[in-house]
Each structure stands twice: as C-alpha cells, then as structure tokens.
Design a binder for this molecule. Structure first.
Ligand code: SF4
Length: 372
C-alpha cells in the first residue's frame, strides 16, 4: 500500500492556514497567493506578484502533488485523460471532457478503491490510499490550465475511488471548489456506489450538491454480485436514503447504469430499474461499459442500448444514453493506470502483457502540454 506523504501540499492549505504560514509577511501576500493559486490557477512559480524567494520557499516546503506520467488525448481532442504519480508512489487518473458549451472534469478521490466492483479496473486493482483535499483540488487546477479558454463549469467525483469512503477530504474539496473556484453546488456531483452513512452525512451538509448513485443492478441478487458493498447496504435501504436526500436537498438523485451485454440489459432489468427510479423522478444515465482489461464481459451493443433506453422512457423514466467517451484513450475508470501497469510489467519482463482475453495493451505516449 502506498504511503501517504506527511508534508501537506500547497493546495491542502485553506486560506486561514495560508495566513498562518505567511505570518510575518505583509498581509496582502495571502490574497496574492490565493488569487494566483485559485482565481488565476497558475503554477506557484508564475505568481509573479510574490517575491521570488518566497515562491522558492513555498515550492520547497509545500510542493504540488501531481507529477504527470501519461497524458492521452482522444482523436478529436474532446477528451483528455491524465495519469498522475503522487508523492509516496500511488497513481491516479483525471479526465477533462469538452462539450459544446462547457467542460467537465472527472476527478479521483482515492488511489485505488476498496469497493471491489467486478467490472471496474480500479476495483480489480484494490485500494492504496485516500487522497487529501489538496490532491483532489489540484486535479481540477491542472485540468483547468489545459482547458484554457474553455470554461470548466462542472466537476464530477466519478474517477478512481469511492468518494463517500473518503468523506472529509471530499467535502473539503467540495467547499474549496465552491468557495475558491466559484463552482455552484448544482454543478458539483458526488457519486457513490451506495454508502448509506455517507449519503446521510451529505444530506445534512451545507451545500446541495448533486448525488449520483452508481446502481448498475436493481435487484439484490445481481447487485450483490456486481457491487459487493450491496451486501452491507442493500437496495431497499439505499433507495430510502435517496428519497431522504431528495426530500432534504430538493435535488433529484441521478443513477448511473453501466450497460453490460447479457447481464443487466434485459427487459426485466429495465422494469426493476424503473420501479426504483420513477418514484424518485430520478434521471438515469446509461453508459455502455467500456472494455476493461481482465474483464471479459462486453458493453451492450448500440441497438440494444437504444431499445433499453426506449423501454425506460416508455416506463416513465427520464433516461439518457451517455456517449462512451474516450474508449480510444482508456477513459473507463482505472483503465489508464491498469494499462500503464501492464505496459510497465511488459517492459520489465521483455514480454507483452494484456488482459485476460490476451489482447496486448497499447499505452498512448504522453502528449506534453506545458503546464499540465
Ligand atoms: S466502480 Fe467505483 S466504487 Fe466500484 S470499484 Fe470502481 S471505483 Fe470503486
């Protein structure tokens, strides 16, 4: 398991902690630093309002946390994915997705994940450690630099890890992204695979963020298999917690459903899913499963995806088929890291490696883009 670094990064410090750190310097230095880090979002070295010796001291004592290992850009440039090395040895992923009128950053909350969902590359690799507030926030800062003029308006906690298993750091990041970046709560989405205590804590928190539940199965037998945490927090209790969230926050819960060929894409699955989501007036996002190394099951073919979506709509459910973005750049959760590890193993052994189906994994070479 990777060790968590003992020294904080500069993005771990809130405004008060920065003021404490800068005690003895003119008080306007706090504002200059805060503006450079968050309003301008530039690298510490480029905050030229600060004296060079102070920048050098900060860079040495409070270094940033993300060291880029791989950057992959999709064919049309609408999706960028990074694999970052963290201090202490763990690796995490971040994805930037451009849409017509906005850009969204999908961020990781843990290195690895302990939830063990069988269809997920991250789940297969296991848990390494929780991320800190700074490590979560810095992912957005680095992505925003690359987005440039394209406004990053939405943040989704849907990368590696189970956000509600790292509640305090995730909430600290939510507050920072809201307060320092000005991202409204309705543009911040926290996903969960169904940790009920975390959902209840989120319902009592101050900001009405969006809650997205990764459901994937709508009966306990199938869900116990696909999402093992369901054995501890079964569906009926999870659905109760979602109703309570909706009642307390006035925000509709959304549900993610990775469509897997022959597993959860039958008419009976659509009926069970509708029975849960229709009373909640919830939105369902249907995402054909990205192929995952080592997991032989395939995503539902496009025609049956459309049939499933139509059936849900006829059952009164608000459903959207999400584009499977970045299949060409390993954009499914944990794939870039899994494939990078496979390539490293291949380098070490001199032999190609791949998933259980014997396919050889190809890692895209890093495309260096300056500041990211
Ligand atoms: S799907 Fe999400 S909760 Fe499940 S193992 Fe993967 S990262 Fe963890």
């Amino acid at each position: 398991m990777a060790a968590r670094p003992t020294a904080p990064t500069i993005y771990d410090l809130d405004r008060e902690a920065i003021a404490d750190y800068l005690t003895g310097t003119p008080s306007y230095r706090v504002e200059q630093l805060w503006q450079g880090l968050y309003t301008d979002g530039v690298d510490l070295a480029d905050i030229t309002t600060l004296p060079a010796p102070l920048r050098a001291e900060l860079a040495e004592k409070l270094p940033s946390s993300l060291d880029m290992s791989v950057e992959s850009v999709s064919e049309h440039g609408d999706t960028v994915k990074w694999l970052w090395n963290l201090r202490g040895g763990a690796a995490i992923e971040t994805v930037l997705m451009h849409y017509k009128d906005r850009s969204t950053v999908c961020i990781s909350s843990q290195a690895g994940c302990a939830m063990g969902c069988g269809f997920c590359a991250t789940g297969q690799a296991g848990f390494e450690r929780h991320l800190t507030v700074g490590e979560i926030v810095e992912q957005v800062i680095r992505a925003r630099r690359v987005a440039g003029e394209r406004r990053v308006s939405n943040i989704v906690f849907m990368g590696m890890g189970e956000p509600l298993a790292n509640y305090d750091a995730v909430w600290g990041a939510v507050e920072r992204l809201h307060g320092a970046f000005g991202i409204s709560a309705r543009h911040l989405t926290v996903s969960t695979v169904g940790l009920i205590p975390g959902i209840r804590q989120l319902a009592d928190a101050s900001l009405p963020v969006n809650l997205a539940v990764s459901l994937h199965a709508a009966n306990d037998t199938l869900r116990n298999e696909m999402v093992p945490i369901n054995k501890r927090y079964p569906l009926a209790d999870l659905v109760d917690a979602c109703h309570d969230y909706f009642d307390k926050k006035g925000r509709r819960v959304s549900f993610e459903w990775a469509l897997i060929d022959g597993v959860n894409d039958r008419a009976s699955d659509a009926h069970e899913l509708a029975a849960i989501t229709q009373p909640l007036r919830a939105h369902v996002n249907l995402i054909p499963l990205n192929p995952t190394p080592g997991y032989l099951t395939q995503g539902t073919p496009p025609e049956r995806v459309r049939e499933f979506a139509t059936l849900l709509t006829n059952l009164g459910v608000n459903a959207t088929v999400r584009k499977n973005r970045g299949t060409d750049i390993d954009a499914a959760c944990g794939q870039l890291r899994a494939n990078s590890a496979a390539a490293e193993a291949a380098d070490r052994s001199g032999k190609p490696t791949g998933g259980a189906d014997g396919t050889v994994t190809q890692i895209n070479p890093p495309t260096r883009r300056g500041s990211a």
